[in-house]
Design a protein around this ligand. Structure first.
Ligand SMILES: [Fe+2]
Ligand SMILES: [Fe+2]
Length: 357
């Protein structure tokens, strides 16, 4: 059985990469099951039910989460309802949803898909991921799972590797998410568990881990908080392909990296078209005022000329203002237009923006 596990799907670019390219990759690679981390799928933080459903429609079989799992209020009830969307198993009780699920693969083979979150450099109160993994694997075994894929969502490489080593021979694969940067350390551990520290990000890579780099740079360089905006360009699809043998143990694991395949370039062209259109309109406006000024001049009234000149100047100034607005909008168009992926600190604001995403 061949399983594709995709790294954190980030915002609209990530979703659209999946929409446009997943089916081709699945066909080309002979993928049997598609699993993915979806914790950034809606505007870069969290996942809305609407977007989870879209991703299922594009061919994703199940989605895991992480530290952003509960960014949106709607997520909790949705996790309770939808067994294909899981959140880390070591969130303390009581917690909506589930930490693992079962997906049926070819020939009715059951694949357990579990989610854990690390505690190193993660400012959350979480239960022990090692003990949560023990409980989860026992439950998966009782549910008749033939093999298991565990998404370890964590910051620290050492913690991810330690969990993988702890689960070697008991889990089919332990694959990491959260850093959004793909690592080159695929391996089969001695007792048959596939491991990769981080499978990367399915989202915009002309960014700092998904966010527009301008606000991130300001934040780092000036030491003040800035609202981050999700980037929109050069999206890639990243993940790992894992092959399992008849005994459910991993045979092979390799990275998937389809760089810069998103229509970010299309979007760039579209923006260019918009800019050209605005320039054309501005040129027309200027021409109209030139004509009007000429008519006034021909009327012979010196006052008219002055008035016309003043008016033209005023309009020109207005045009400049409008231009500034557009410039702002262009930076933001990527913000409001694109759903305003701006990721302020207010969850409510975040939710609204992401609804437009
Ligand atoms: Fe993430
Ligand atoms: Fe994360």
């Amino acid at each position: 059985m061949r399983v594709l596990f995709l790294g954190d799907i980030f915002g609209r670019p990530g979703r659209e990469v999946i929409r446009d390219y997943l089916s081709g990759l699945v066909a080309r690679e002979g993928i049997d099951l598609v699993l993915a981390n979806g914790e950034n799928a809606s505007g870069g933080k969290g996942i809305l039910p609407r977007d989870a459903k879209l991703l299922f429609g594009y061919g994703v079989d199940a989605l895991s989460g992480g530290n952003h799992s509960f960014h949106h209020r709607e997520s909790g009830p949705f996790y309770d309802e939808d067994v294909r969307t899981i959140r880390p198993a070591n969130y303390p009780d009581p917690c909506p949803g589930r930490g693992w699920t079962v997906i049926e693969g070819p020939s009715g083979r059951k694949v357990g898909f579990g989610n854990l979150m690390g505690r190193v450099f993660i400012p959350f109160s979480l239960d022990c991921p090692f003990k949560a993994a023990d409980r989860m694997l026992a439950e998966m075994q009782a549910a008749g799972c033939w093999t298991t894929v565990i998404d370890i969502h964590a910051e620290a490489t050492a913690e991810k590797k330690a969990i993988a080593v702890y689960l070697d021979g008991r889990a089919g694969a332990v694959v990491g998410t959260h850093t959004h940067i793909q690592t080159s350390d695929c391996q089969i551990l001695p007792k048959g568990t596939a491991y990769m520290t981080d499978v990367g990000m399915t989202g915009p890579h002309d960014s700092v881990i998904g966010m527009d780099f301008k606000a991130v740079l300001k934040s780092f360089m000036l030491g003040r908080r800035h609202s981050f905006t999700a980037a929109t360009r050069m999206a890639s699809m990243e993940g790992a392909v894992i092959d399992f043998g008849g005994d459910g143990k991993a045979l092979y694991v390799r990275p998937v990296n389809c760089p810069n395949i998103y229509a970010g370039r299309m979007e760039e062209l579209w923006e260019e078209e918009l800019r050209k259109e605005e320039l054309r309109k501005e040129e027309l406006r200027r021409e109209e005022f030139r004509q009007e000024e000429l008519r006034n001049t021909e009327g012979g009234a010196a006052g008219g000329r002055e008035s016309g000149g003043g008016e033209a100047e005023a309009v020109e100034a207005e045009g400049r203002d409008a231009g500034d607005g557009r410039d702002g909008g262009s930076g933001m168009s990527i913000g409001p237009g694109e759903g305003g992926d701006s990721l302020g600190d207010s969850p409510e604001g975040g939710g609204n923006r992401e609804l437009e995403d």
